[in-house]
Design a binder for this molecule. Structure first.
Ligand code: NAD
Ligand code: MG
Length: 301
């Protein structure tokens, strides 16, 4: 166990366990790099310890280069899984760090750069995973687009379309391509948000997709249990990731990020890793069709 992992697991007040606002303003262009964030997010690089709960599993994580997907990818590898990550080509720098961490666990790491708004790429990333890892047992549909706009008149048809394509169409295309390859015991995990039920006025199009993801997850869970496959969603509150300073929020909101929740700070991606590991693993054998919140105290419902 590293010093950082012992510190992460030490009994302590969760409000002060990780950085609290105010944060410096730090504009980046989308999709944003985790490596450029201040403070640097904790994705579990030195702080997550695995316990062999996903030994030999084959995992595919979209948006696995940074943020919540990166925390899931690192944790899956530490738990014994081979991991494929999908990311945009201009996120190669972040992705390289994750791929190296997966390989450091002695697991196979597969890089899948590309744009999930392209249907052909969504099919290809699934078949490349099946070829490269030998199957797909865990599918984490996590990549997303979030662009804050003051009001409906500021949302262009192009933005609306790209948000729908990234957050909803790609989810459908990827899940549809992956299901025929999945065996009983496999797990599909989507990433929704508190925005599905408590939408911000500045996230009209994004919040709409997050509500759609909840419905998709629950309906797919009902279908998939006929094949012995579980399907769940994770609903984060504010998490300290590149999505926010790269246009997901205004810089004013970034500097106060997390102040609005009872914990008074944003979550760090590693704080979601145990949730993804649980839902991916056989330990969650009775859990399907659920939306699992980690909101910093405001709750999902
Ligand atoms: P992030 O920016 O680190 O991850 C999002 C990833 O989506 C990017 O790294 C990128 O690789 C991928 N992506 C975006 N568009 C893509 C495209 N066209 N093709 C391929 N990949 C694309 O941010 P994050 O916060 O870790 O986001 C992960 C998930 O968490 C998202 O679904 C987001 O909606 C959700 N979420 C985040 C928060 C938060 O506060 N950070 C809160 C609730 C939900
Ligand atoms: Mg990224």
């Amino acid at each position: 166990m590293t010093d950082q992992s012992a510190e992460r697991l030490r009994m302590q007040d969760p409000r002060t366990q990780y950085p609290q606002p105010p944060f410096p303003k730090q504009p980046q262009s989308a999709p944003g790099l985790a490596s450029k964030m201040d403070p640097t997010p904790d994705h579990g690089e030195t702080s997550y310890v695995g316990h062999g709960r996903l030994k030999g599993r084959k995992a595919l994580v979209t948006g696995g280069d940074s943020g919540i997907g990166r925390a899931a990818a690192i944790a899956f590898a530490r738990e014994g899984a081979d991991v494929a990550i999908v990311y945009l080509p201009n996120e190669e720098a972040d992705a390289k760090e994750v791929l190296a961490l997966i390989e450091a666990e002695g697991r196979t790491a597969l890089a899948l750069p590309g744009d999930i708004t392209d249907q052909a790429f969504c099919s290809a990333l699934v078949s490349d995973t099946v070829k490269g890892l030998g199957g797909v047992d865990i599918l984490v549909i996590n990549a997303a687009k979030q662009v804050s706009q003051p009001e409906i008149g500021d949302i262009t048809a192009e933005q609306f379309d790209l948000t729908m394509k990234t957050n909803l169409y790609a989810m459908f295309w990827i899940a549809k391509a992956a299901v025929p390859h999945m065996a009983p015991g496999a797990s599909i995990i989507t990433t929704t948000s508190v925005q599905a039920v408590s939408p911000s006025e500045t996230l009209l199009d994004y919040a709409t997709t997050k509500a759609g993801i909840v419905a998709f997850t629950k309906a797919l869970a009902k279908q998939m249990i006929e094949k012995g496959i579980r399907v769940n969603g994770v609903a984060p509150g504010p998490f300290w990731t590149a999505l926010q300073p790269s246009g997901g929020q205004t810089q004013e909101k970034v500097s106060k990020f997390g102040a609005e929740v009872p914990l008074g700070r944003p979550g760090q991606p590693v704080e979601l890793a145990p949730v993804y590991v649980l839902l991916a693993s056989q330990e969650a054998s009775f859990i399907t069709g659920e939306i699992y919140g980690a909101t910093g105290g405001n709750g999902v419902v």
